[in-house]
Ligand binder design. Structure first.
Ligand code: ATP
Length: 458
């Protein structure tokens, strides 16, 4: 059974397009209004399940003026707007919408936004609209696409159910969860289940790229785009052509880059830095963060329009302390994995030691569990592990201290910065400034990585 949708939109063609999209998906449209006053008149006679609400309308009042009326009547609503001016978006945000779509949008964006809005609304109010089934997990078995994701707790299966629903579509997915919960594994699974699986999945760790280089990393540059750009560089978005891009730690992206990213996502095209031609993109975006992006929006660190673009379909992965049922399976998996790597027989964990693992709060989640097990294997000469040496309180282990240079491609990043600074290491415009690190640290990293002084001009 479909939803009863009410449309508030002053453009006839757009309202009609929306109607066709909704009806083709089995929903019904119980009214269309061009102004707030017309909407109020009609809403006195019909009770929709949800309202699609344009911001700028005919007459003096805006969709933002109608929002509190809808909230009081307990009718969920999604803003649909072409307007991304910050003051309007901020005002819209304070009305707590159930979704936000930025025009232009695709049919699938609308349908997914409706499902999510209703699902969120039902979870928040407990008021069932009956049309959307929350994922069922009782007694359910894990699909084989998730063989590499260990665990079978209800909370994990609920998240995997959402993954199965969204993966085959081209919808943007936002994966949320604390550090080490397995967000990257989920991004890989989404790509693998999608029609894009034979094309690349390109990962970008937004926290690991120095702010001065992030744009050329993402969007590429032409030869001569800036001093030191001696070759054309194809950015990560282009490398992902036909496939998916995984924007990890998206909450760390500098505001200026967010503006460009929003454009790329909206227009589905980009220009390399210094380039004149426009390159059409066919990519699926998967983003992840361990931050509360909504709070970042409030603090002015994340653009609200990008937030809604990215947050089309969010999947939250539970922390390990809420998946106690999975700890034994995960521990056995890591025991076998490390036995295989060291060509030994796996050790067993005694019940008392397992109980200790199950009581620990795991601030670093699965990554921390794997580290603890690996360490204990080394420290235990016998075949059975009878005890784990775990810190009493939260360990601080793996808690957000992103080291901008902790990447496999340090050398590449340093060389790119040197190319951009024309070989200058310290001072204004120098590589150290671009990389946002003290010059002596950079010099010592260069020595370690064998980057020759020959390269450096001053
Ligand atoms: N369900 C799982 N089964 C097996 N291994 C897992 C599972 N989830 C995570 N891991 C392992 O735990 C480690 C951390 O996972 P991952 O890097 O995906 O976490 P993350 O949420 O992306 O962390 P961060 O926010 O720090 O980037 C990886 O080594 C991964 O292989």
């Amino acid at each position: 059974m479909g939803l009863k949708v009410f449309i508030v939109e002053d453009q006839f063609i757009e309202a009609n397009d929306l109607k066709l999209i909704l009806e083709s998906a089995g929903h019904s449209v119980c009214g269309i209004a061009k102004s707030v006053d017309a909407a109020l008149d009609l809403l006195a006679t019909v009770r929709p399940d949800i309202v699609l609400l344009d911001i700028f309308l005919k007459g003096p009042k805006t969709g933002i003026d109608l929002a509190p009326v809808l909230s009081r009547a307990k009718i969920p609503f999604i803003y649909i707007s072409a307007n991304s001016d910050p003051a309007t978006l901020d005002a819209a945000k304070t009305t707590k919408p159930d979704g936000f779509l930025v025009k232009p949008f695709k049919k699938q964006d609308i349908l997914v936004a409706l499902d999510i809005a209703i699902y969120r609304y039902q979870s928040a109010t407990g008021q069932a609209l009956l049309h959307v089934q929350p994922p069922e997990t009782a007694g359910q078995r894990k699909p084989k696409e998730f063989n590499e994701i260990i665990g079978s707790s209800d909370k994990l299966l609920q998240a995997l159910e959402l993954v199965s629903q969204v993966a085959p579509l081209d919808t943007t997915v936002l994966i949320l969860g604390e550090t080490g919960v397995g967000k990257e594994g989920i991004a890989k699974a989404i790509h693998q289940i999608s029609r894009r699986k034979h094309k690349p999945l390109i990962k970008v760790n937004c926290a690991a790229i120095p702010p001065g280089l992030i744009e050329s990393e993402l969007f590429g540059h032409e030869k001569g785009a800036f001093s030191g750009a001696s070759d054309r560089r194809i950015g990560k978005f282009e490398q992902a052509q036909g496939g998916s891009i995984f924007l990890d730690e998206i909450g760390e992206m500098p505001l200026e880059t967010q503006t460009k990213l929003l454009r790329v996502i909206q227009e589905k095209e980009l220009e390399r830095i210094g380039g004149r031609s426009t390159i059409k993109l066919d990519i699926r975006i998967i983003a992840a963060t361990n931050r509360n992006l909504y709070k970042e929006v409030g603090a002015g660190k994340f653009r609200i329009d990008l937030y809604y673009r990215i947050n089309v379909f969010a999947i939250t992965l539970p922390p390990l302390r809420e998946r106690v049922d999975d700890i034994q399976e995960l521990a056995d998996y890591f025991l076998k994995k490390h036995a295989r790597l060291s060509q030994n027989l796996p050790k067993k964990i005694e019940p008392g030691a397992l109980a200790k693992l199950q009581k620990y709060p795991w601030p670093g989640n699965i990554r921390e569990l794997e580290n603890v097990i690996e360490r204990q294997i080394i420290l235990t000469p016998s075949n059975a592990i009878s005890c784990f040496d775990l810190p009493e309180g939260p360990t601080g282990l793996d808690v957000n201290f992103p080291d901008p240079m902790k990447t496999d491609n340090q050398k590449h990043l340093i060389l790119s910065a040197l190319a951009k600074s024309n070989g200058k290491v310290s001072g204004k415009g120098g590589a150290a400034e671009i990389l946002n690190m003290p010059a002596p640290t950079l010099v010592s990293k260069m020595k370690k990585l064998g980057i020759s002084w020959r390269f450096v001009s001053g």
